[in-house]
Design a protein around this ligand. Structure first.
Ligand SMILES: C[S@@+](CC[C@H](N)C(=O)[O-])C[C@H]1O[C@@H](n2cnc3c(N)ncnc32)[C@H](O)[C@@H]1O
Length: 112
């Protein structure tokens, strides 16, 4: 937890980066031998632990729209956006390694 209120924005951004870089969001739930199994395990646990995400995100409203997800993490939500059939789908993240997870997930499901 960051308690120093005078922390500079660049330091905060760097701390956020380092936090997520060490363990990607939900990576501890990526269990299994095969890569696809690990990604599915991660997303399954994500939505068991946080079932409210579907109500909040309204993935279906992405249909036909240009969707930008900021903070794709391991790509569970990004796959939901892709399944919603958007006009275009873009995603960014402050950590590079999650981009590989997200790209692989979309590849596995034939979106790339
Ligand atoms: C809760 S996780 C996202 C989970 C993801 N939507 C999924 O489906 O698994 C938050 C993500 O936001 C990213 N993030 C945090 N601050 C960011 C920023 N300023 N710009 C871009 N990404 C950021 C983190 O690196 C992390 O991967």
């Amino acid at each position: 937890m960051i308690e120093n209120k005078s922390i500079k924005n660049s330091d905060l951004k760097s701390a956020v980066h380092d936090f997520w870089q060490e363990n990607s969001c939900g990576e501890i739930y990526a269990k299994g031998i095969e890569y696809q199994e690990q990604l599915e395990s991660q997303s399954r646990e994500r939505y068991i632990l946080e079932p409210h995400i579907f109500e909040l995100a309204c993935f279906n409203e992405g249909k036909g729209r240009d969707v930008l997800e900021i903070g794709v993490g391991m790509g569970a939500d990004h796959l939901e956006w892709a399944n919603a059939d958007p006009k275009s789908l873009s995603g960014i993240d402050i950590t590079l390694r999650v981009i590989n997870f997200t790209r692989s997930r979309l590849e596995l499901y034939g979106f790339i």
